[in-house]
Design a protein around this ligand. Sequence first.
Ligand SMILES: Nc1nc2c(ncn2[C@@H]2O[C@H](COP(=O)(O)OP(=O)(O)O)[C@@H](O)[C@H]2O)c(=O)[nH]1
Ligand SMILES: [Mg+2]
Length: 227
Amino acid sequence: MPVKPYVSIIVPTKNEAGNIKRLAKGIREVMDGQSYEMIVVDGRSTDGTERAVKSLKGVTLLHDEAGKGSALIRGFAASKGSILIAMDADLSHRPEELKLLIAGIEAGYDMCSGSRYITGGGSDDITPVRWFGSKFFVILVNLLYGSHYTDMSYGYKAFTREAIRRMRLREPGLGIEADMHTRAAKIGLKVIEVPSFEKRRTYGKSNVPAIKAGIETLRTIFGNTRL
Ligand SMILES: Nc1nc2c(ncn2[C@@H]2O[C@H](COP(=O)(O)OP(=O)(O)O)[C@@H](O)[C@H]2O)c(=O)[nH]1
Ligand SMILES: [Mg+2]
């Protein structure tokens, strides 16, 4: 009988053929000896990402047509672990930090979120527009939801299985991080932030146009006030 994994790492991909094998190797090295699964949810990549994933032993490949949010929601639904982690595929998120995210959940928090804006965190990948947007959105969310986040436009985070169930995430696109943070605040989840350093993407280019991400994030932030 297959053993139930303790940690499920969900990775949404869109054209990440050049990154995904290195990511899987990095995760394997850090998680060696621990019980985990890696689930890749691909959004119609055209660069051979699926082929690359299929060549990886023990990695589950799922498909999603809609967007990053919907890919993550699908991955969470298919996962079997007790701790569920969202992680980007482009090698921006350091596998070493998985330990910090897992530690936050093991210490009793419902959600443990990477932050680029606390001591120890940072970014090589941020542009002035993204920096300004992320600061603006986090202030807005804290004002509207009474939270104390320092970063909420960042996709490296861990949750308990129960937290994901209770959050009932709905955002199919780029508003998914805002959906996570605003719903967590609404239902009173215990959230901790841990520092995270965002590296520059290794291969390929960003799938996230800043304006589109901004509009979808704003829509989610205001839409969820009515929950
Ligand atoms: N399945 C799926 N994954 C996506 C989509 N858009 C982005 N991603 C993935 O989401 C993660 C973050 O996207 P990325 O392009 O690096 O955005 P950036 O870091 O904000 O520039 C990466 O792993 C992407 O491959 C999508 O529409 N569908
Ligand atoms: Mg990226």
